[in-house]
Ligand binder design. Structure first.
Ligand SMILES: [Zn+2]
Length: 137
């Protein structure tokens, strides 16, 4: 896709520190590096977000994420690992080409994600589950 920075990375039009590449995925170092070892796993074929992934891409990006996560753990020995994936501006997505962040984590590293639980009653959960199930492909 024209003017997409990750498409340009995939096409090798701009440089990246590549960790892994296969038919469907490219894993490379995030320029921002929240912590050392911060990797992005992107689908090679452009999809704006998770909604646009086909089944082959979906399987490939999560397979690569798991493989790279194990290598990252062995290389950096972080205390934890956050897997972060955003879809849409409201979710914090800034590059609109599907990617997964693998962020090595340490106590007190400053990365925060608030988790404002609402604890709805069970009936509400069942109702929500039915709404989603009715739309599954
Ligand atoms: Zn793209």
């Amino acid at each position: 896709m024209e003017n997409c920075i990750f498409c340009k990375l995939v096409a090798k039009q701009i440089p990246a520190s590549v960790v892994h590449e296969d038919e469907h995925t490219l894993a490379f170092m995030d320029l921002g590096q929240v912590n050392p070892g911060h990797v992005l796993v992107a689908a090679k074929k452009h999809a704006d977000n998770i909604y646009g992934l086909d089944e082959t891409q979906a399987a490939a990006v999560f397979r690569t994420a798991a493989n790279v996560a194990r290598a990252l753990r062995a290389a950096f020995e972080p205390q934890g690992l956050s897997v972060y994936q955003a879809n849409g501006k409201a979710a914090g997505q800034t590059v609109f080409h599907f990617h997964i962040h693998l962020v090595p984590r340490y106590e007190g590293d400053g990365m925060e994600l608030t988790w404002p639980v609402k604890n709805p009653p069970r009936e509400k959960l069942a109702e929500s589950a039915e709404r989603i199930k009715a739309k599954l492909a």
